[in-house]
Design a protein around this ligand. Structure first.
Ligand SMILES: [Zn+2]
Length: 413
């Protein structure tokens, strides 16, 4: 499977200048090629091939007065930019024709110098990881890297990114064996109840606090937002205020990502099976709580959990959206009915057991997950196939993208 490994980069002033120039050239080639394709399509519904675009927008363009500066940067990221455009178009056409599943993809769009995220991709011809620890990029030189962890194998490409907060990152793509990350078998099985009071409560009774990243920095963010809106458009002070605000947002995003990664890894390390409610259930908490729900990033958490489950050799089970996990007694199955939100504990009127609301819900989720799995196993035995059972028990996909998407294609869409 392909994975991304991200590291912070610290280019010096001349290198930042060269990177800015590279981002600019990548953008120019993308925009020129996109304009060509649009014109050709409008004129007579033809598509220009990648090789032809490369000839026109890179090779020939370098010899013209207005695009002469393309020769000052490595040609590799320019070619990669054309490849990204190709992919963006392919995704669009596949999406229109129904060959591509998932949300509809739009046409690629022009890039602007004012975009807050700039990037350039280098393949193995144009970068090297130096034994001393620096990252060498063609025509830019050796850039200092903070190696927060080791690269498991030599990477096949690197995307250099400058984010809205003005930070630089190297995002390496590495190809690993599917079982490279398998963990030793664990004994535990856990139902997980996601919520706002606690981020997660497990059927073992573990309660993980909700960090409320956004809420915690809300006042500061509001202050910075106000400062930004008071600055004159196009002024240097506005640019400074924007970077400050983006820096705060980046802190929120970083803290959230760290938490989601740590929590998902811990849960999977300790449990062979994790059972969660599908997202549709969680979506019910929208409306007034929308801000908190978005801040909690349950979708991102479940995707991480699912992706890592595959990587670690764990079982990830989602349960039915109509399953009323919070209304049953986990001991005897007695149905208590809808509980008011502020009722945190209750007594079963049938068996007399005293329950913590969230732990009871997590226990019910686990029980339902195990029931579905046994159904699934029976179905699998009968049909000798693994994707039966109404899609309730799904094998995960490998999605551990820690980075912003590699290709501009994804962004354009
Ligand atoms: Zn009971």
């Amino acid at each position: 499977m392909k994975l991304r490994y991200n590291y912070r980069l610290y280019p010096d002033a001349p290198q930042r200048e060269l990177l800015a120039r590279t981002f600019g050239c990548v953008r120019a080639v993308w925009n020129d090629a996109l304009a060509r394709r649009k014109t050709a399509w409008k004129a007579d519904r033809t598509q220009i091939s990648g090789t032809e675009l490369q000839k026109i927008c890179i090779t020939a363009a370098k010899r013209t007065a207005e695009r002469e500066w393309l020769g000052q940067v490595s040609p590799v990221p320019l070619q990669q930019s054309l490849r990204d455009l190709d992919v963006a178009y392919k995704n669009f056409f596949d999406s229109v024709s129904g060959r591509r599943k998932g949300p509809k993809m739009g046409l690629p769009v022009f890039k602007s110098r004012h975009d807050h995220r700039q990037s350039a991709r280098f393949n193995t011809n144009a970068f090297k990881v130096r034994p001393g620890g620096a990252l060498y990029l063609a025509k830019i030189g050796e850039i200092e890297v903070r190696w927060s962890r080791e690269l498991p194998v030599p990477p096949s490409s690197v995307t250099v990114v400058k984010d809205a907060a003005g930070r630089y990152f190297a995002s390496f793509v590495v190809e690993l064996d599917d079982d490279a990350h398998q963990l030793p078998q664990a004994d535990g099985e856990a139902g997980i109840d996601l919520g706002l009071t606690h981020y997660a409560v497990t059927s073992d009774g573990v309660k993980i606090a909700n960090p409320r990243w956004l809420r915690r920095r809300e006042r500061k963010l509001k202050k910075l937002q106000r400062a930004l809106s008071r600055k004159k458009k196009g002024s240097a002070n506005r640019a400074k205020a924007r970077i400050k605000l983006a820096g705060q947002h980046a802190k929120v995003a970083d803290a959230r990502r760290d938490f989601l990664h740590q929590t998902s890894t811990t849960l999977l390390r300790e449990n062979q099976t994790v059972v969660v409610e599908g997202l549709a259930v969680l979506g019910l908490a929208r409306g007034m709580l929308a801000k908190s729900v978005n801040d909690a990033s349950w979708g991102a958490f479940l995707r991480l959990l699912e992706g890592k489950a595959v990587r670690y050799g764990r079982e990830y089970v989602t349960i039915d959206r109509w399953y009323s996990s919070s209304q049953l007694c986990p001991c005897c199955g007695w149905k208590i009915g809808k509980l008011a939100l502020d009722v945190r504990e209750w007594d079963c009127q049938s068996c007399g057991e005293h329950h913590d609301r969230d732990i009871a819900a997590a226990l019910n989720i686990l029980a339902e997950g195990i029931r579905l799995r046994s159904l699934h196993d029976v179905a699998a035995g009968l049909a000798d196939t693994r994707n039966d059972c109404e899609g309730q028990v799904r094998p995960g996909e490998a999605i551990p993208t820690l980075a912003p998407p590699e290709t501009c294609a994804a962004r354009a869409a």
